[in-house]
Design a protein around this ligand. Structure first.
Ligand code: HXC
Length: 518
């Protein structure tokens, strides 16, 4: 027999097998998926990765379930695609669950494929991107499915802080399908398509007798605005993939490396740093415009913009290098710290610290938000997360006080006392235990109430307190502030601080790990 004919037959068989295995849940199921405005799992991977860069593994994997009629079911690839590829040339490991195959539910082979690619990602020290579209633990496979999730959660945790882990929610994800994303660094959601809940509407109806739609229970907006589970919200799947690609450009492959350097670009000339912050400390402004004045090309990539908007977090580049920004937002609740904003900033600080990204903190806040709601919601515990994360961070920490830095807010926002490397202040900075009016009312209460003209006395005492503390010079006289600078000098000073601290060494005592106020 002719050898070449034999091998051609083998190749034809391989092609046939590949074609069959790549059809997902079949034409009808795929059409249903697309009618919902969703791409197929395979199309998603192709849209995310560099053209022709995807290499798939375990395409021929088969499930081993033998109960509840599963023995008769063919589930191609067991409902998940795994592989490696590149984004702008950077290697990434990827899995994409296929909802057209048994609702993307996770049986034991499905889990083995995901854990295999997670192991690759950790071993190769490259980012892991999971596209989740799954009804959670495959009910027919019982404890085997639960075991699979346990294996995934363990790997998410062990990989945390070693490689970037990114989750994309692209369907009705339930149960374990949302706990794995919750353990990862960044969660992306798409309007109308993403749903995340532990128990779906049907379970809620049968247990509690309450009716609620998937969208209202855990739609993309719910998680982008209300729960803070999502970090990036998009209008479409394609926009979502563009955002993921952009994020990849800002972060390193792993915790032993720095993010890629880009060609430096100046900020756009339309952003004028001297004209953004109003002189009146009661007037709001958008702190993101200040950030845009200092970052290359005025390109600020904001994270969680819709949730806890009283604090702003995100990435920008300065002279081509990634910097993490944390800034109070005077536009929202005067930029106060509260439960959610402390949570939001603390987690981001830990991310930057884990992945060698220097931190720039812009301060303008009246302190922590007072109130029964906040106290009972645990502002002590959540607020402490911010103190903890700034204190333990050893990446370069640069702080700029724009206007108000009152009370606990002054300390918490990367103060000298929490080991900021450089603290700068504008001449408009006010550093005090609290605002002048509140302070005068408390410490001069007797003088004010006993005065012939209490209003005039209050005005005088407020003035006295302001003259003493509503400036940066008392703090500067103690070395708590390194330099009072003009707004126009900001980028230059920050760039110099980043340059000087590029090889920073900071010692912390040996420990297995700390015990942050989770
Ligand atoms: C097996 C499942 C499944 C599951 C969905 N399917 N979820 N099969 N196990 N968990 C199947 C359906 O039977 C259906 O199959 C197909 O997927 C599509 O599902 P639909 O219900 O038609 O889709 P939709 O109306 O969009 O609803 C999606 C859904 C719903 C909200 C996800 O299917 C649902 O509530 N599923 C169960 C969710 C759940 O409770 N999972 C277990 C969580 S416990 P056919 O053949 O009809 O097309 C868990 C443990 C880990 O995950 C916990 C860790 C802490």
């Amino acid at each position: 027999m002719d050898d070449s004919v034999l091998s051609q037959n083998k190749i034809d068989e391989l092609k046939r097998r590949k074609e069959a295995a790549q059809q997902g849940g079949g034409e009808v199921a795929n059409a249903k998926q697309m009618a919902m405005g969703k791409l197929t799992a395979r199309a998603r991977i192709n849209a995310l990765l560099d053209e022709d860069s995807f290499h798939e593994y375990d395409l021929f994997a088969e499930h081993e379930a033998r109960d509840f009629g599963m023995e008769r079911k063919v589930l191609h690839g067991d409902g998940v695609i795994i592989g490696t590829g590149t984004i702008y040339g950077a290697p990434v490991a990827v899995f994409a669950q296929d909802f057209t195959i048994a609702g993307g539910s996770l049986g034991s082979m499905h889990a083995r494929k995901i854990t295999k690619i997670m192991d690759y990602a950790l071993r190769m020290r490259i980012p892991l991107i999971g596209i989740n579209d799954s009804g959670g633990a495959r009910i027919q496979e019982g404890v085997n499915s639960l075991a699979g999730y346990g294996e995934i959660f363990w790997r998410n945790t062990i990989s945390s802080g070693v490689i970037p882990q990114i989750s994309v929610i692209m369907g009705p994800c339930a149960g374990g399908a949302v706990y794995s994303p919750a353990l990862t660094d960044f969660v992306f959601v798409v309007d109308k398509i993403s749903k995340m809940f532990i128990t779906g509407p049907e379970v809620i109806k049968s247990v509690l007798g309450e009716e609620i739609s998937q969208e209202d229970l855990g739609g993309a907006r719910v998680h982008a605005e209300l729960t803070g589970n999502a970090h990036f919200f998009s209008e479409s799947e394609y926009d979502c993939f563009e955002q993921i690609k952009k994020l990849i450009t800002f972060i390193p492959w792993n915790n032993t490396q720095k993010a890629r350097n880009f060609a430096p670009k100046p900020p756009k000339p339309e952003y004028n740093i001297a004209s953004i912050v109003p002189a009146d400390p009661k007037q709001p402004y958008d702190v993101r415009d200040v950030i845009r004045c200092v970052v290359d090309d005025s390109d600020f990539f904001e994270i969680q913009p819709q949730w806890a908007a009283n604090i702003v977090i995100g990435f920008g580049r300065m002279e081509g290098r990634t910097v993490g920004f944390v800034a109070n937002q005077p536009l929202v609740m005067a930029g106060v710290l509260d439960v959610d904003s402390s949570d939001k900033a603390a987690r981001f600080i830990r991310y930057c610290d884990a992945f060698n990204i220097p931190l720039c903190t812009f301060v303008d806040l009246p302190g922590y938000l007072p109130g029964i709601d906040q106290e009972h919601a645990g502002v002590i515990r959540h607020g402490a997360k911010l103190l903890y994360s700034y204190s333990e961070a050893t990446v370069p920490k640069l702080t700029l006080i724009l206007r108000k830095a009152y009370g606990g807010g002054y300390i918490a926002m990367s103060s000298r006392h929490l080991r900021a490397d450089f603290v700068f202040a504008w001449p408009t900075a006010e550093i005090a235990v609290m605002g002048a009016e509140g302070a005068a009312n408390i410490i001069f209460r007797k003088e004010i109430t006993e005065a012939e003209n209490p209003d005039e006395m209050r005005r005088l005492k407020v003035e006295e307190y302001k003259n003493k503390f509503a400036n940066p010079y008392v703090a500067a006289s103690k070395g708590y502030i390194d330099m009072v600078i003009e707004p126009e000098e900001t980028r230059k000073m920050l760039l110099h601080g980043l340059q000087v601290s590029n090889a920073k060494q900071a010692d912390i005592p040996f420990k297995k790990h700390g015990i942050p106020p989770f």
